[in-house]
Design a protein around this ligand. Structure first.
Ligand code: ASP
Length: 360
């Protein structure tokens, strides 16, 4: 299914040259903001936040306001008709008709793609469950480019909840498209990186190793990307309690790191980085959040100017086959076409990327 609009659902739907163009434009916006102050004048951005957000939501809003545009939307679905039982399709159809660009965050995997299927304007994925977060990754790419001066040849440590953390999923998929990046995945065995992300890294020629020791990994790293344990994605409080506080970055541990290693974090921080680390010049996470506003300015501008059409579903609709991932949007919004790529006994759901093994 080809949509008439440019959507950003997964960064890897676009070529690296497109990302590089966004980064270059963001750098220009940082240097010459006055040139862009009215570039979205008369345009409206709709924001549908079905899940809590501070930075993503407010940086998108600020970005649009700094471009001279205006904003509408909700940050609590309970104050909208969602509380009356309205489905995602209807809400998207209506608000996209009011807006020039729509930003959506949703707790369910694949929701942004589902919204794009019906939207009458470009849709930007601001986080779909534990799946992807492409605009955080654009933020991270801009931070790396500005602070490390390169996007290649880096050893990147990813620490914490690698299973449920959508930011590390998108980051690995993107950074493996640049040359010679090596990932060190630091997690407990319960919270390891999903296999479809590791497959993508391999397919792009990237390399990775897995460990449960932050201390052992630290001396090797150019970048340490810390994440919080995603409490809201656990099946029970007990499972969360068993994982929390496993990895805490302290000033003591920072002594093991290279003098030019940088510490990134998509935020919010819970307690995985001791507050005293904030005073270390290698702690980049607050600056990183500010880069997020500039890259979102660049993205909004590009989406409003682009005439690209997006291929949303490229596979086949299989009647009678359902995705086995309970967190997939197709198991919540039943009207969605259940579309899969692949052939034979191995199909991949086009909404959540989960692999489905069929039995004969
Ligand atoms: N703010 C990021 C996200 O929305 C990271 C997090 O919540 O832990 O995924």
């Amino acid at each position: 299914m080809i949509s008439a609009y440019p959507h950003l659902i997964d960064l890897n739907d676009y070529p690296v040259t497109w990302w590089n163009g966004l980064l270059a434009q963001a750098e220009d916006i940082m240097n010459r903001p006055f040139l862009y102050a009215n570039s979205c004048s008369g345009k409206i951005m709709g924001t549908l936040f079905y899940e809590p957000s501070t930075r993503t939501q407010m940086s998108f809003q600020t970005a649009m306001l700094r471009l001279g545009g205006t904003i509408i939307g909700f940050d609590n679905p309970q104050t909208s008709s969602v509380a009356k039982g309205e489905n995602l399709k209807d809400t998207t159809k209506i608000i996209s008709g009011y807006s020039d660009v729509l930003v959506i965050r949703h707790p369910t995997v694949g929701a942004a793609k589902a919204a794009a299927l019906t939207a009458d304007c470009p849709v930007i994925n601001a986080g779909d469950g534990g799946h992807l977060h492409p605009t955080q990754t654009l933020t991270d790419l801009l931070t790396l480019k500005a602070e490390k001066k390169t996007l290649s040849g880096l050893t990147i440590g990813l620490c914490g909840d690698l299973l449920n953390g959508r930011t590390v999923h998108s980051l690995c998929k993107a950074m493996s498209c640049y040359e010679n990046n090596h990932f060190i995945m630091i997690s407990t065995k319960e919270l390891k990186m999903p296999s479809y992300i590791k497959d993508t890294i391999r397919a792009h020629g990237g390399t990775f190793e897995e460990t449960d020791s932050l201390e052992e990994a630290l001396p090797k790293l150019d970048v340490l990307y810390m994440t919080r344990i995603q409490r809201e994605r656990f099946a029970s409080p007990e499972e969360y309690e068993a994982q929390k506080d496993t990895y805490i970055l302290t000033t003591q541990k920072m002594k093991l790191a290279k003098p030019d290693m940088i510490v990134m974090h998509p935020l919010p921080r819970v307690d995985e980085i001791e507050v005293a680390v904030d005073d270390d010049p290698r702690a980049l996470y607050f600056k990183q959040a500010k880069y997020g506003m500039y890259i979102r300015m660049s993205l909004i501008l590009t989406m409003l100017q682009s005439t690209i059409k997006t291929e949303l579903l490229a596979g086949q609709v299989h009647k009678g086959i359902a995705c086995k991932n309970p967190k997939c949007i197709t198991n919540q919004e039943y009207y969605l076409p259940k579309s899969f790529t692949g052939t034979g006994t191995t199909l991949t759901c086009e909404y959540c990327d989960e692999r489905l093994l069929l039995e004969h």
